[in-house]
Ligand binder design. Structure first.
Ligand SMILES: Cc1cc2nc3c(=O)[nH]c(=O)nc-3n(C[C@H](O)[C@H](O)[C@H](O)COP(=O)(O)OP(=O)(O)OC[C@H]3O[C@@H](n4cnc5c(N)ncnc54)[C@H](O)[C@@H]3O)c2cc1C
Length: 367
């Protein structure tokens, strides 16, 4: 058995795993992170980094309850990372233009309730766009993070803070003794366990069914949902703010590169890209922002979102196994909801009174 004295062993180094590890070590716990690839190569890397759900007023209250505190935590997380290591996660309040809002009254009410500044968008925001606008809304305070950099920066911060990373190490089984997780089998050996957290994104439903088949409560709702993205090698200032039109969006990075996303495909664990989706995203992007025709597409990729019904994650200690917890199932909004999700699970594990009501995120919701 590999020596592992950590208070917490956490499987998965996506945004949910890394921010949960951060929250736990800052509360005084010791953490080992186990990851099947090199760190953070899955959904959290593949995502766009918009820090707001698309049309948040159409989402469940349980999503809003994680989104709003997370938005407040991001500036602090970004400042902390910049202060302690060189890599800037590029948290940027570039603003979000939502061009079509048939439900404008509901949208404005949601923004007012949650103190998110929202204005009718004026013509200057459209001067380079070819949009079919309907009650367009301008949200100047909405930010993005450059997610691949955020993940790298977090990993460096955590390693400096004493978190042990065991990478290229696949979880292959979980063993129990007296109704507790006793150890885990991995491709690098057997690890003793004090507390185990599954932050395994789209794989969580499958892993729990495979390794915890006798448990009544399962996060089986979590299924992979593929999303494809395109990257244009655009010049700085081609686009200043994020734009959402219909189901698709553009995200300008600080160095000028522009992402166009995304597809929503129920294709199991298949991460291949397709020419059909590439053409669709290219058509969307170059119609909305014709200047993009002048720039090459330098990357096209896909990631697997941890899909759940209504996009509500499981953030809970397992009711049948008290040293097993789950933080997974954030579907389209894991980057946005991660800070508050991490905080909530930390509160539950450390038996602190949580600032968010944990009820909607429990495994018992399937009963
Ligand atoms: C195209 C696209 C665009 C998106 N855009 C946005 C956006 O703009 N804003 C937003 O908020 N969200 C966005 N999302 C959603 C967001 O990316 C996800 O909700 C989030 O990344 C989920 O994080 P996670 O840590 O749970 O999962 P992941 O990042 O997938 O991490 C899970 C980790 O677990 C590891 N793992 C799995 N099985 C094992 C095993 N057996 N052993 C060891 N390790 C294992 C995986 O390798 C992986 O590293 C987007 C997603 C996609 C695909």
């Amino acid at each position: 058995m590999i020596k592992n004295n950590a208070d917490i062993t956490l499987i998965g180094s996506g945004i949910i795993g890394l921010l949960t590890a951060k929250s736990l070590i800052q509360a005084g716990a010791t953490v080992t992170v186990i990851e099947k690839n090199a760190s953070s190569q899955e959904a959290s890397w593949a995502g766009g980094g918009i820090l707001l759900p698309l049309y948040p007023w159409r989402q469940a209250q349980a999503i809003t309850d994680l989104v709003i505190p997370s938005l407040q935590l991001y500036p602090q997380i970004s400042a902390e990372l910049i202060a302690t290591n060189a890599l800037d996660p590029e948290w940027t309040q570039c603003g979000l233009l939502i061009t079509q809002n048939p439900d404008i009254d509901v949208a404005q009410k949601w923004c007012t309730t949650h103190q998110i500044p929202a204005y009718p968008a004026d013509a200057t925001l459209f001067c380079t766009l070819h949009s079919k606008a309907l009650h367009p809304l301008w949200l100047p305070s909405i930010a993005q993070a450059r997610n691949p950099r955020l993940l790298k920066s977090l990993r460096a911060f955590l390693a400096q803070s004493g978190v042990q990373f065991v990478e290229n190490c696949v979880l292959t089984d979980i063993t129990f003794k007296n109704q507790q997780v006793h150890s885990i089998n991995t491709t690098q050996g057997i690890f003793a366990i004090n507390q185990l957290i599954m932050a395994t994104g789209a794989w969580t439903g499958q892993l729990c069914q495979q390794f915890l088949p006798t448990l009544q409560l399962q996060p089986t709702q979590i299924k992979p949902v593929k999303g494809q993205m395109l990257l244009f090698n655009a010049q700085p200032h081609t686009l200043k703010n994020m734009v959402l039109e219909g189901d698709h969006y553009l995200i300008p990075r600080r160095d000028g590169k522009i992402l166009a996303g995304s597809s929503v495909e129920h294709t199991e664990f298949d991460k291949s890209t397709s020419p059909v989706i590439k053409d669709r995203l290219y058509g969307f992007a170059t119609t909305l922002l014709p200047a993009l025709k002048n720039f090459s597409v330098t990357n096209h990729w896909a990631g697997l979102r941890p899909g759940t019904e209504h996009g509500i994650p499981y953030i809970a200690i397992h009711p049948e196994i008290s040293n097993l917890s789950i933080n997974a199932g954030h579907f389209r909004n894991g980057l946005t909801m991660a800070p508050a999700s991490a905080q909530l699970l930390t509160d539950l594990i450390l038996k602190r009174s949580p600032s968010i009501d944990p009820t909607p995120y429990q495994l018992t919701r399937n009963l």
